[in-house]
Design a binder for this molecule. Structure first.
Ligand code: PSV
Ligand code: MN
Length: 405
């Protein structure tokens, strides 16, 4: 069994390289701006001040990795003064495209008691209109994915009728689904708590599945790896959703306690590997790539933003490469013989395989530095950005830095 990807049979190494050459993952615009915790923000001079800076940073990440061609946008944070279609050209100028569109149904005062689950029909309509406007934005940016995270929920037992809220959400999602173009997808994200503390309406994969099923065939479930209670077996959820043809995509990050938004693999790289292993297993069986949205959802409060994004994208690429190294024949044989040790070893051997030679080769093919993070750190990009962005902040009259927007 291979200790290094150099020891792989050349046919497997070739197919792994081909798959890695087709691999890409979306970065979130909000990962480049100053963000913080609910207790405050630590500002960074090189943090993006506006959407153009975020696109420039995403462009720099893509230029160093060649695997992050698209940028997710959050409608109110990125288009606070309304959507301007010139953003498509702006992104193009930085070598990236606009990816998933994230409506914002949690910031307006009217959503205090919910958006599409609100008992007030006018507020529900306002929420639906905002999402329909977001569908129009997706049309203009050529985006395939409408990514819905509903912060809706309640804080106290007795506060609201759980079933009535479920029915309101179902109606709203159907209306939104019907407005999608043929090639669009509606991704429904779940989260067990926060900002609501008694229950969230979209609380787990089962609820997201039911909402997606009832909305229509273009609706799928979005798994944010940080949105699980401790001990949840995320790869099992992923395997079930894949099998049900209901996995729409991922929001990757890592967590230790709650929705910590930490760098993928910083706490539990084996968990990320096990998730990728489910994707790789399906791809091996079906002989094609799984058509899902791979997205990063992290906000880096302490780390320099673009560095953290490069580190993340490369870590995902590395862990996916390891999952592609699983010897599927050996694994099947071990399972068939009920040889639990050998079956587990098939996974562990792949996880501990040094995939550096594969990554070097794929980066050579993609025309990017062998060590994207180090090349970026040496490039001077961050220092230049800090200078121009400080000047921009002062010109805008808020030298202290911005917000998520
Ligand atoms: C909510 O915690 C979430 O995961 C949703 O995807 C939001 O769009 C994103 O984070 C914003 O940071
Ligand atoms: Mn998310």
């Amino acid at each position: 069994m291979a200790k290094s990807s150099r020891d792989l049979p050349s046919s497997s190494a070739d197919s792994i390289l081909d798959r890695l050459s087709r691999f890409s993952i979306e970065v979130p615009s909000w990962g480049f701006a100053d963000t913080g915790t609910r207790f405050g923000k630590f500002l960074q001079p090189a943090a993006a001040v506006d959407l153009e800076d975020k696109l420039a940073d995403a462009g720099a990440v893509h230029a160093h990795t060649a695997i992050t061609p698209t940028v997710a946008v959050h409608v109110l944070w990125d288009f606070p003064d309304g959507f301007d279609p010139r953003v498509v050209r702006l992104a193009d100028g930085h070598g990236v495209r606009i990816g998933s569109i994230n409506p914002n149904l949690f910031q307006d005062q009217c959503y205090r008691f919910g958006s599409i689950t609100n008992r007030d029909a006018d507020i529900r309509d306002q929420a639906i209109r905002h999402v329909l406007d977001s569908v129009e934005i997706a049309r203009q940016t050529g985006s395939q994915d409408l990514s819905l995270w509903l912060a809706d929920g309640t804080n106290y037992p007795g506060q609201a009728d759980i079933r009535a809220r479920k029915r309101c959400a179902t109606d709203a999602l159907r209306q939104i689904h019907d407005a999608l173009d043929e090639e669009m997808r509606m991704l429904i994200e779940y989260k067990p708590f926060e900002p609501a503390w008694y229950f969230t309406d979209f609380f787990d994969w089962g609820s997201a599945y039911i909402f997606a099923r009832d909305a229509g065939e273009r609706a799928k479930v979005l798994v944010d790896t940080g949105h699980h209670l401790s001990g949840t077996n995320i790869e099992q959820i992923v395997a079930w959703l894949i099998d049900e043809r209901m996995l729409g995509g991922f929001h990757f990050n890592d967590r230790k306690y709650a929705d910590d938004d930490l760098t993928v693999g910083s706490i539990d790289p084996y968990q990320a590997f096990r998730i990728f292993n489910e994707v790789a297993a399906w791809e091996h069986e079906s002989g094609r790539d799984l058509d899902i949205a791979w997205m990063i959802d992290q906000s880096h409060n302490i780390k320099p933003k673009a560095q953290a994004m490069i580190q993340t994208a490369c870590r995902v690429q590395e862990l996916f490469a390891k999952a592609l190294c699983v010897d599927r024949e050996r694994l099947s044989a071990a399972r068939a013989a009920e040889d639990t040790v050998a079956a587990e070893e098939a996974l562990q051997k792949a996880f501990y395989t040094d995939v550096a030679p594969l990554l070097t080769e794929v980066r050579r093919r993609l025309g990017v530095p062998e060590d994207p993070l180090e090349a970026f750190r040496q490039s001077g990009y961050e220092q230049d950005a800090a200078k121009t962005r400080q000047a921009k902040r002062e010109a805008l009259g808020h030298p202290g830095g911005g917000s998520y927007a």
